[in-house]
Design a protein around this ligand. Sequence first.
Ligand SMILES: Nc1ncnc2c1ncn2[C@@H]1O[C@H](COP(=O)(O)OP(=O)(O)OP(=O)(O)O)[C@@H](O)[C@H]1O
Length: 590
Amino acid sequence: MSGKVSPLRRLLRYADADRPQVYWASFCSVVNKLFDIAPEILIGVAIDVVVRQEESFLASLGIVDPVHQIMLLGVLTFLIWAGESLFEYFHLVAWRNLAQRLQHRLRIDAYDHLQKQDHSYLEQHNTGHFVAILNDDVNQLERFLDGGANAMLQVLTAVIGVGTVFFIINPTIAMLAFLPIPVIIYGAFWFQKRAEPRYNKVREKVSLLSSRLSNNLSGVTTIKSFTAEAREKSRLEQESTDYVTANREAIAVSSAFIPVIRMAILTGFLLTFCVGGYMSLQGDLEVGAYGLLVFLTQRLLWPLTQLASTIDLYERAMASTRRILDVLSVKSQLSNGGHKLPAKSVKGAISIDSVSFAYQSSRPVINQLSLDIQPGTTVAFVGATGAGKSTITKLLLRFYDPSSGAVKLDGVSLTDWDTQSLRDTIGLVSQDVFLFHGTVRENIAFGEPNASLEAVEKAAKLAEAHEFINELPNGYDSIVGERGQKLSGGQRQRLSIARALLKDPRVLILDEATSAVDNETEAAIQRSLTQIREGRTLIMIAHRLSTIVDADQIVVLDKGRIVQQGTHSELVAENGIYRQLWDVQTGGVA
Ligand SMILES: Nc1ncnc2c1ncn2[C@@H]1O[C@H](COP(=O)(O)OP(=O)(O)OP(=O)(O)O)[C@@H](O)[C@H]1O
């Protein structure tokens, strides 16, 4: 998926639109560093003025009076410091703004890409894994751009800038001062090679930890009811310890780098210090030049110690970048057909032609199933749990494609439909109701955010929800809590029916939509069904057969096959599964 392209190159490709900002930020970093090393040069020139006076380097430029020379140096120092401060501000602002822009874009792009991904891909990972990528990994990259990129550029500028001055003044000493640099660079690469897998491991452990955290926090009711707090704490402890261990392994490598580099730097510094001093004593090197070289060696070599922490930051950021860009490069297996149609123009004829489907190739869930559903009719699927009823609805919404055969809407294969307009056509009330944190009104209007209050109330009335909503402390403005936890199961179901009805879909799927409501409310919803069915194809899945007796067609499924098909009265007349289920539920009263 990611191929062999380095994460940095992939990131640069991604950030193509931000190129001007990158150039500007880099320019400011370089200029700031040049201003930063300039005062050392001025110190050397100042020593030269004091020692050689009318013979000094500045005198050779035409400023003969030593007092004037010192005054000029003073003015230059002031300008350089002011320039350094100004570009310090510029590069800080430029890199930080770039970091903000990029992290924002990456997070939004990755989220948007994820929410469009196939169910089969999303099911392979835990939610926590994706949360870790969208939060942690994106933040890691932000941290590097905030400071690391600037630090890298400035080290490079220092090496080139100081190197140039050195070679102009005294190539012999320049060679000595540069002696440790290959060691440092080799050390940096050695370190990088060892740090990379360790940081990848750290990122993986973060994912696992975050998965466990989000899973446990959302399952806290179950944990409490099974008094499993201690066990879950120790499982979390284990994940957290794994994370700490992975970090320790990375720290062991990164911490060893600095002392090694310092020793290499010391060698370069001592050589410049001693050899330069000796040459100066011999009269082969001016005192000012000697002072300048000693000061500049510091400027050249000491920032290299920072290289370790910068590479550390870089490695962490690249491990994260790889994970973010891997998410962005995942391609959907379900191609989007071009057939677009306004939802209201769809008739709602569904045909399932010899469809087979398996979530895992070894275990087929739907077997050679064929069925025609006329527009505007009501079809009910019944059958034992696991028979494949919900799977058919998922195929209809094109969450998955069949392994063979075709599902068609209005005679057009779903693979030829534009996925969005297909889903606009279908309303789903699924078994697992998911409400979003927000008000009752916002939840009902989830599919139609601009719906008027009248329209929201009308849908709520049809779903038998209006009454209980009015009894809530703030009516339609009451907050439902995370996942709707402030409501009862039956109330949540009714909100989710209202939400689907407000969308006014041509095809409505009610998958165990009233399983949690009381008998009285269910009977009321049944009465609303006459109105709900009007002008649309209705697909119902129900275990309670009393809710589907009026269906135009009842389809009995067993292990992904149709075993019986007909109206209620036809099926109770047959001696089959339906009759048995009916007898069990009614005590034999037809
Ligand atoms: N995402 C999935 N990945 C793998 N297997 C799945 C997945 N979803 C469902 N299954 C399996 O597919 C089979 C059919 O599931 P499906 O949800 O369609 O059954 P159902 O008839 O709707 O059952 P119920 O009445 O209990 O809701 C089951 O054996 C189930 O374990």
